[in-house]
Design a binder for this molecule. Structure first.
Ligand code: ADP
Ligand code: MG
Length: 661
């Protein structure tokens, strides 16, 4: 009961505290959105037999909550009635009167002593209250993330009001303890019910805000039925890509790779590999040894591709690549050996053989001219010729998904699928030749590079795309293309988050409604920050520190919202990726006429490897959407390098066999 009374009193003070600032707007609960008040408030109650400090916290972390916490301190009876005791003479008389009434016969010295004790006790009380209050104030200051806190403390209670020195003492100590704040004290005039109405009004406003944020984010939350639909549509697009009749217009291209088998362990020799299309351009030397002591040894060097080369002419790009190879061969002392080379080229290519691939279109930020529609192996061979310095035997053009699958298959023969979740998103798998109508022959199997990033480019995912996805797409280098990839790969997740944050800020839900220069900067919100922010081990203050590091001046409330935004965006990305994978493994199962399939997927990509939840959510989604498949995910070790060398080795072996026949 006491607690109840206390809270009601607290609410009244709370009302009074806000009252003066907002009363002019006389807010009935219907207009509550216009209110600016939210967060933490303090009320002091220094009346009755206790001191109470009440903290009202209105938050909206998951659900709307209004929390009240209080601390209670006992007040000695004497202090309450001893309002005159400290004023020396009058106080002494009062002391005598009180003590006499209590039935003792005090001497003059007794009265001085009692007065002294009262002073000490009440000063200690004022100091204690001040210290506790300062704890709350500095917490508030931290939460708001401001260099200087300006706030008002609403106070009530006879002790505070009547005691001749209590208030002054309290103010003085507070100002001394938090010199970096401007604290005003406001006497509360009790207005019954106002406080409660006020709390309700604030709660309504926050609830409404919270509801609107949730409504925005709900679009990113996909149900089981929706994910099944995505899986189904992926399957349809896969069929379209494989069929001769529909291949031309298909968005998921299902490109044959001319890789007809996974490694068998007999691969042997030294190979060069190039890796273009990831974050780094690399040149590698891979030494594969067969036999009992099977081994793969790799040496590699990373080279930068300057943006002006990425987006310059094709000749410049390939001259640069050949220059890097030349540097690497010097570095390894191998310029005179005509090494077989595998070219990992992680862009959609239409292959007509293992060593011929026509670039369909650039993705992921590349835009060099005169390359689309050209055979990339030719462009490389011409570059080597132009340099007239060394010769190489270009054996295979390799997609990174295929390299990933091959690397894992070298260790684990049940691996028949490759998946990339890095800068881009893509997958490949071993398909039955009879189903690949774009390549003649029905015998055996061939790895198909799905190029599933383009899933949705015909509009079939539009009902799942949000306005934020469209904004990211519109501002990208390849508008309208790679729509599925733009919803689930590392290059874009952060951009989706940034676009949501801009919108929430515009609507006044974040960063005090201020769109900073930082927030306007494209690419500022890298996907690695999603990983950091979503890490379970991170406290809210650390999230805020990350945001502040990005130039986003945020409160703890902002941080909660940002974390939630990151969570829904990466969860959706992982689920969409899982839905695609479910379509793939179920197709393989059906190809083989099995009720149950055990299969391994080789995976590469920093998003998959480093994001704290992406892989788990993706696995879970595959499990739910393809319950008849038992899928193991195997991390690939450098699929683009090792895998390219393995494909080259397999290619060399097959070529030698052919020449012998
Ligand atoms: P690529 O796909 O280019 O071969 P990666 O697999 O290394 O290369 O992926 C790089 C991409 O991974 C970056 O573009 C970035 O979006 C994303 N990324 C980088 N660091 C992280 C991280 N810590 N968590 C999640 N994603 C990350
Ligand atoms: Mg890669």
């Amino acid at each position: 009961m006491d607690g109840f009374v206390f809270i009601v009193e607290g609410i009244e003070h709370f009302w009074d505290l806000l009252d003066r600032r907002v009363r002019a707007r006389a807010i009935p609960p219907r207009n509550v959105q216009e209110l600016a008040e939210k967060g933490d408030f303090i009320a002091l109650d220094l009346g009755g037999s206790n001191f109470r400090i009440l903290r009202v916290k209105v938050s909206h972390e998951k659900r709307q909550t209004v929390q009240m916490e209080s601390q209670i301190y006992e007040t000695p009876e004497d202090i309450i009635h001893g309002s005159g005791t400290q004023r020396s003479k009058e106080g002494l008389n009062k002391a005598k009167e009180i003590l006499t009434r209590l039935g003792v016969e005090p001497s003059h010295e007794d009265c001085i002593a009692v007065q002294h004790v009262c002073t000490i006790v009440s000063f200690r009380s004022a100091n204690l209250i001040a210290a506790t209050l300062c704890g709350i104030l500095s917490r508030l200051k931290d939460n708001k993330g401001v260099p200087r806190l300006r706030t008002t403390v609403g106070v009530d209670g006879s002790l505070y009001k009547m005691h001749p020195q209590y208030a002054r003492r309290l103010h003085k100590t507070v100002r001394r303890l938090v010199p970096d704040s401007d604290v005003r004290f406001l006497l509360s005039e009790s207005g019954s019910g106002k406080g409660a109405a006020m709390v309700t009004a604030v709660a309504y406003r926050l609830l409404e805000q919270h509801r609107q944020i949730e409504e925005t984010l709900d679009e990113f939350k996909l149900s089981h039925a929706q994910l099944l639909e995505v899986k189904k549509r992926m399957r349809t697009e896969m069929e379209n890509g494989l069929r001769k009749k529909t291949h031309e217009s298909a968005t998921v291209k299902m490109l044959p790779t001319f890789v007809r088998s996974t490694p068998d362990g007999s691969e042997n020799g030294d190979f060069l590999a190039l890796d273009l299309g990831g974050t780094n351009f690399r040149v590698l030397l891979v030494k594969i040894r067969s036999g009992k002591k099977r081994s793969v040894e790799m040496h590699n060097k990373i080279y930068a591709i300057p943006i002006e080369v990425m987006q310059g002419t094709g000749e410049e790009l390939f001259d640069h690549i050949v220059h890097c190879i030349s540097d690497f061969l010097d570095y390894m002392g191998m310029k005179n050996a005509r090494l077989p080379l595998g070219f990992t080229f992680s862009f959609p290519c239409k292959q007509t053989s293992l060593d011929a691939g026509i670039l369909i279109n650039w993705t992921k930020g590349f835009k060099a001219t005169d390359c689309e529609g050209e055979d990339v192996v030719n462009l490389l061979r011409e570059g080597i010729k132009r340099r007239e310095e060394f010769d190489l035997d270009v054996v295979a053009i390799v997609n990174d998904t295929v390299g990933t699958m091959m690397t894992c298959a070298y260790e684990e023969p049940t691996c028949e699928v490759g998946l990339i979740a890095g800068t881009g998103s893509n997958a490949c798998y071993m398909e039955e030749m009879r189903n690949i109508e774009t390549v003649s022959g029905d015998e055996g199997r061939m790895c198909v590079n799905m190029e599933w990033g383009a899933f949705g480019d015909n509009g079939c995912l539009d009902d799942f795309r949000t306005e934020y996805d469209r904004a990211v797409d519109d501002l990208s280098l390849n508008p309208g293309k790679q729509r599925y990839e733009k919803m689930c790969s590392g290059m874009y997740l952060g951009e989706i988050v940034r676009n949501i944050l801009i919108d929430l800020t515009k609507r006044g839900f974040l960063f005090r409604g201020q769109i900073s220069e930082a927030l306007k900067t494209r690419g500022i919100f890298e996907t690695k920050f999603l990983s950091q922010i979503e890490s379970d081990r991170l406290a809210l203050l650390q999230v805020r520190a990350i945001l502040q590091g990005l130039g986003l001046d945020s409160t703890c409330d902002d941080s909660i919202i940002v974390k939630e935004v990151c969570g829904v965006v990466s969860r959706r990305g992982a689920q969409l990726c899982g839905a695609g994978m479910a379509a793939v493994v179920d197709k393989i199962r059906e190809n083989q006429g099995l009720d149950h399939l055990e299969i391994t997927v080789g995976v590469d990509g920093t998003l998959y490897k480093l994001h704290p939840h992406f892989s788990k959510i993706m696995h879970q989604t595959v499990k739910e959407l393809a319950p008849k498949c038992d899928v193991t995910f195997l991390l690939s070790e450098d699929g683009s390098g090792k895998g390219a060398a393995l494909i080259t080795a397999v290619g060399c072996r097959l070529r030698e066999q052919e020449q012998q026949n």
